[in-house]
Ligand binder design. Structure first.
Ligand code: NAI
Ligand code: MG
Length: 325
């Protein structure tokens, strides 16, 4: 039990919800050591860099990272940090909880999103004034890797797998993706469904209960997981994991929420649930499920922060979670 966790609160409510999650970890008394790192808008203002090299080194040398949110510098911070942990899979559970109003209370989905390529390859150019292009990169290697990860994840949880794609239009790139998925499924002898991502967007709203683990190319995973966030009662509840072969970074899906930053009323649930994912990833399954259960009980019985219709502070909710651990 000598894990080193890099802790990067970042900007805005990141500085409120990350300390809350660290309080929960401290209460578990796991003997973790925490290494604090700086990144974000304030770091840019102070040092001239949104993501100093020493923060990247801290992440590379830790067993896992807990990140809050950055503000306007988010893309300059989180994309390199995900790269620093070699993250190829972005795992985003979207689940409704008893005690919290949800558009679809039966929602219990996990998006497994390819995190390295697709239209987020970064290869864009302006080929002539007013004419721009983007190169969508899809490789067999990355497609197989995300599929293996998604199948493993679903198998452990006994959930069905749906693969989102648009191979009827993007015949070569998503053609590669669906072919890789089919190869992996055949080798493993497992079943899955393939769904056109636009039709799937509608199905997820009308019948979310039909789905379990959804394996997606990069952009589809980004969009569909935010759509699912809307089904379950808001951003304050959604955790995520960025998994690499030997390292990983955990963060709430939400941003720095400048509209409520500094008021002490941010919902810490997303970040505390991200911590539960971190514990499970580090193979402290028991501690992870204790944290998850304590958050669920608190969501069910309160207290609730204002985003969930209550009047509790971040600290009240965190203390209630710790009491229930
Ligand atoms: P946001 O997620 O920060 O906020 C959207 C809305 O949800 C706001 O009304 C906010 O008050 C509310 N909200 C979010 N998290 C909450 C929580 N834990 N408790 C209660 N209410 C919560 O997204 P927005 O407003 O689009 O972006 C704000 C800033 O955050 C921008 O500068 C953006 O670049 C950055 N951002 C950073 C991300 C990251 O670091 N990974 C991700 C998304 C946005
Ligand atoms: Mg997004």
């Amino acid at each position: 039990m000598s894990e080193t966790i890099a802790v990067i609160p970042g900007d805005g409510i990141g500085r409120e919800v990350v300390p809350a999650a660290v309080r929960v970890l401290d209460a578990l008394d796991m003997g973790f050591s925490f290494a604090m790192g700086e990144a974000g808008d304030d770091t840019l203002a102070d040092t001239g860099e949104a993501l100093p090299d020493r923060t990247v080194e801290l992440v590379e040398n830790s067993d896992a990272t807990l990140f809050g949110a950055a503000g306007e510098t988010a893309a300059d911070v989180i994309l390199p940090l995900r790269a620093a942990v070699g993250s190829f899979a972005n795992v985003r559970p979207a689940r409704a909880y008893p005690g919290v109003d949800a558009v679809k209370p039966e929602t219990d989905l996990v998006f497994v999103r390819e995190n390295t390529e697709g239209v987020y390859s970064g290869i864009e150019s302006e080929v002539a004034p007013g004419v721009t292009t983007l190169t969508r990169v899809v490789t067999e290697e990355a497609s197989r890797r995300i599929t293996e990860f998604g199948f493993d994840y679903a198998e452990e949880r006994d959930e069905p797998v749906t693969v989102a794609h648009k191979a009827n239009v993007m015949r070569t790139t998503d053609g590669q993706f669906v072919e890789s998925v089919a190869d992996v499924a055949e080798e493993r002898g497992v079943e899955y469904d393939a769904a056109l991502m636009d039709a799937l967007a509608m199905q997820l709203i009308t019948q979310p209960e039909e789905y379990g683990v959804i394996v997606c190319p990069n952009l589809a995973g980004d969009v569909l997981s935010d759509l699912a966030a809307g089904l379950v009662g808001g951003l304050g509840l959604l955790p995520s994991a960025n998994i690499g072969p030997e390292n990983a970074l955990f963060e709430p899906v939400h941003g720095s929420a400048p509209d409520i930053a500094g008021e002490g009323v941010a919902n810490p649930a997303a970040t505390i649930l991200s911590t539960a994912m971190m514990l499970e990833h580090l193979e402290y399954e028991n501690a992870g499920s204790r944290v998850r259960a304590a958050v669920e009980k608190t969501l069910e019985e309160g207290p609730h922060t204002p985003d969930l219709g209550g009047s509790a502070t971040t600290e009240d909710v965190t203390s209630a979670v710790i009491e229930r651990l």
